[in-house]
Design a protein around this ligand. Sequence first.
Ligand code: ADP
Ligand code: MN
Ligand code: MN
Ligand code: MN
Length: 358
Amino acid sequence: MNLAQVTYIWIDGTVPTKTLRSKVKIVPHTKEHLTVEDIPQWNFDGSSTYQAMGHDSDLTLNAVCVVDDPILGMGNYLALCEVLNPDGTPHMSNTRAKLVEVMEKFGKAHDPWIGFEQEYTLFKGQQPLGWPDRGYPAPQGPFYCGVGADEVFGRHLVEEHAQACLDAGIMLYGTNAEVMPGQWEFQIGYRGVEGESADPLTASDHLWLARWLLYRLGEDYDITATLHPKPVKGDWNGAGKHTNFSTRAMRDPKTGMEAINKAIKLLEARHNDHIKVYGHDLELRLTGKHETANISQFIAGVGNRGASIRIPRPVASKGYGYIEDRRPGANANPYEVATVLVETICGVPVNTKEQCAI
Ligand code: ADP
Ligand code: MN
Ligand code: MN
Ligand code: MN
């Protein structure tokens, strides 16, 4: 008999920005390796997570994505869960269920892939990591992708987090130090690995797991990571969650540019519907400065980092590939971002003549 420590991780009902919760269950089993089907459902007290009233508080945890636990080690697991009502229907805080629905409708025809760039800011106490106790560091300039103890802060944690993601089997694409000191980025999703699916559900699940690992490893250093989109007011870059998106037709050299241009038109028409789910306090970040477009404008451009949608230069040169939606804030919920992107770009009726036009 094996005894696995399974950390059940779920998303709570905190308003305006949901946060992660977790608790551990010992799962006895006789298998070599556990998969999602082997993780028994469990429950929790929804009245302590803004998900239920005290008189009827039991909610169900249903595992949807299970990876090796890189911290407790081999034989232990991290189980990302969705929250269900006692009758088995998705709880109202369960934004994953909606993504499942739109993927069932449009996923097959369009085969969307996603890559999220998750920016975040490390804090030690009340100050961003590496900032002086009072006042400010030198103005932005040398910090982005910098090296040296005077330029980047927290690399140890960043490297440990990256290795933990890889050990867990999470689709980590890369990491970099950001423009504001103490700010970093990691990317999750498409990375060109044979046999790996960067579909919106898997990429979003992996992003939530990677966020959990970052917070958890930060505990060991007494460092917190915040996803606030504008952690320091003033002339400092905010933190985003650029979302790179492609469909089968965008990736096809024959239809690529046409599909990309069509997607941009569709995105423009639904700008406000996207902004609504791109994270709380987004207006503090999307000012038109600091590599953003103003929240009230929709701008698309090749290689333009002041745009809402950027077509990466190499994509424009090749004539196919993907687009980058630069609007989501760091605190946006990947399930909601992915849902609205799939709805807008893939939600057009697919008829035989126009099949996979996008
Ligand atoms: P940036 O230049 O904006 O900082 P990064 O190098 O940080 O870009 O990240 C590139 C992102 O593009 C990664 O998240 C990767 O997964 C994503 N990506 C690359 N190709 C595709 C594709 N075909 N479809 C979707 N996402 C893609
Ligand atoms: Mn990036
Ligand atoms: Mn970045
Ligand atoms: Mn980017």
